[in-house]
Design a protein around this ligand. Sequence first.
Ligand code: BTN
Length: 241
Amino acid sequence: KKIYHYNHLTSTNDQLKKLADEGKGEGTVVVAEQQTAGKGRLGRSWFSPPGAGIWCSVLLRPTVSPAHAPKLTLLGAVAVAEGIEKYTGLQPGIKWPNDLLVEGKKVCGLLTEMRAEVDSINYVTLGFGINIKLVDFPEEVKGKAITLEGVLGKKLNRVGLLACILNAFEKNYLLFLSKGFSPIRGKWEELNVTLGKMVTVTSHSGTVSGEAVALGDGGGLVVRTDGDELKEFLSGEVTLS
Ligand code: BTN
């Protein structure tokens, strides 16, 4: 499997999509020192200054229906959390769907994109961005973001950490292919910091508050609203209250 390393790209996900369209295989990895147009979820941008973090995307070609895609993002969050834990000893918590938090602040975000037919996935690009070096964050994320070196109080070897994460990725993906989602779900539930909490979820259908009670079958977040109704969200932004 090949790892493509670049000094700068617009976005590692976009570059990996190009390679995927050229027929590159599962497990192909793209990593860049800097992204000039890093993408976040929900149309946001992702701050990716040179050398300050790990900006990386992994190519998957699972032969499953597109309905399984959200589970792959949850798998990605578990894998990155395990890699960070193994390499640094810090245990990040997962905020649904896939933000990794340390000390309540965001240290990593994941963005899954896919090319699919109605009933089959052509490919998935699973991108993750990890904040590592202390930097001046843009105003919008200041106060909500944190860096691994800031927390650890020492320098971190990015290559060593990335190797650990990619190993965890492979291990969890093989587990998913052989045993299905349930072992990954178990680990996600263990690492999550969302279930059992009062949350506010903002999605295209509006804003709802209530208790986050479960991870749905498809990977959605089930919320018991203040009006005692159960609602499942497949995407959206969660605020813990
Ligand atoms: C989010 O939390 O909103 C998701 C952030 C995802 C950022 C990563 S960095 C590598 C990959 N390439 C991108 O353009 N975005 C993802």
